[in-house]
Design a protein around this ligand. Structure first.
Ligand SMILES: Nc1ncnc2c1ncn2[C@@H]1O[C@H](COP(=O)(O)OP(=O)(O)O)[C@@H](O)[C@H]1O
Ligand SMILES: [Mg+2]
Length: 250
C-alpha cells in the first residue's frame, strides 16, 4: 500500500502538559484509519497539530513525501488535507448551500471573501450541489445553518471538508452527541466515502462504530500510542481494555 502521510516523533506540549508525547503513524492511500482513546487522550490535539491549527512542539508530518508540519490550516487544505471540527462552527446567517460554497475557497479564491463578492464560479456551485446531495443535505440546502439540527451540522462539516476535494479527510468525532438514527446515517456516509476510495482518518469515541468502518485502528492514551492493528487485534488488546475500563459511559 502506498503511504499518504507519515507522522514521526510528533510532540505537542502545552506548558508542562504533554498532550501528544512522541507519536508515530503511517496513513495509507484509500484506507480508513480510526483513532480511539479515552477522553483527554489527545486525539483532537493530534488533529490540530497535524492540520496546522497548532505548530507542533517537535516532530514531522510528511504528506506525499514532503514535510508539512507547522503549515497553516488553509495551506494544509490546499495541499489536500481537510478536517472537520468536533464542535461545528458554521456561518450561521448563511444557508447550508452558501456555507458549502464559501468553504470551496481554498482552491478557488479566498474563501468567504469570494463568497461575498460572488466571485465563485458555476463550477463551484455545481460541485456544492453534488457534495450536498452526497452527504444528504439536499432537503435543508436552502435553510440557514442556524435553523438545522446538530445531525445536519455534522454533515455540513463533512460537506465543507469534501468541497475542497481532499486527498485526506480527517473527521473529529462526527457522531458525538447524535441520536442512534443520525449516527447510523453518518456511519453510512463514511462507508460511502470509503467505497469511493477516499482516504479517511476518523476520531471516534464510539467503539462499535470504529470497529465497523475502520481498516486499522490506533489507540491513544495520555498522548502516546498504546496499540495499533486491525479492529479485531485492538478489541482483544489487554492495554486497550484497561484504558477503557473504569471510564464513565458518555
Ligand atoms: N489549547 C490547549 N491548551 C492547553 N491544554 C490543552 C489544549 N488543548 C487540549 N489541551 C489538553 O490536552 C489534553 C488532550 O486534549 P484533547 O486533545 O482535547 O483530548 P481528546 O480529544 O482525546 O478528548 C487534555 O488534557 C486537554 O485538557
Ligand atoms: Mg476530542
Amino acid at each position: 500500500m502506498e503511504e499518504l502521510m507519515r507522522i514521526e516523533g510528533l510532540k505537542m506540549y502545552f506548558g508542562g502538559l504533554k498532550a501528544i508525547d512522541g507519536f508515530d503513524l503511517s496513513i495509507y492511500k484509500g484506507e480508513t484509519l480510526g483513532i480511539i482513546g479515552p477522553n483527554g487522550a489527545g486525539k483532537t490535539t493530534l488533529f490540530n497539530a497535524i492540520c496546522g491549527v497548532y505548530v507542533p512542539t517537535a516532530g514531522k508530518v510528511i504528506f506525499e513525501g514532503k514535510e508539512v508540519q507547522g503549515t497553516p490550516a488553509h495551506e494544509m487544505a490546499k495541499k489536500g488535507i481537510s478536517r472537520t471540527f468536533q464542535i461545528s462552527k458554521p456561518l450561521s446567517g448563511l444557508t447550508i448551500f452558501d456555507n458549502v460554497v464559501a468553504a470551496a475557497g481554498v482552491h478557488e479564491y479566498t474563501g468567504i471573501r469570494s463568497y461575498f463578492h460572488k466571485a465563485h464560479t458555476k463550477d463551484v456551485e455545481d460541485r456544492a450541489e453534488e457534495v450536498i446531495r452526497e452527504v444528504g443535505l439536499a432537503e435543508v440546502a436552502n435553510k440557514k445553518a442556524s435553523d438545522v439540527s446538530l445531525g445536519y451540522l455534522r454533515r455540513l462539516e463533512i460537506a465543507r471538508a469534501l468541497i475542497t476535494q481532499p486527498k485526506l479527510i480527517m473527521l473529529d468525532e462526527p457522531c458525538a452527541g447524535l441520536s442512534n438514527f443520525a449516527i447510523n446515517e453518518i456511519t453510512q456516509l463514511i462507508l460511502n466515502l470509503k467505497e469511493k476510495g477516499q482516504s479517511i482518518v476518523l476520531i471516534e469515541h464510539n467503539l462499535p462504530i470504529t470497529m465497523k468502518v475502520c481498516d486499522r485502528i490506533t489507540v491513544l492514551s495520555y498522548g502516546k500510542k498504546i496499540a495499533e492493528g486491525t479492529p479485531e487485534e485492538v478489541r482483544t488488546d489487554k492495554q486497550v481494555i484497561e484504558a477503557y475500563l473504569g471510564e464513565e459511559d458518555d
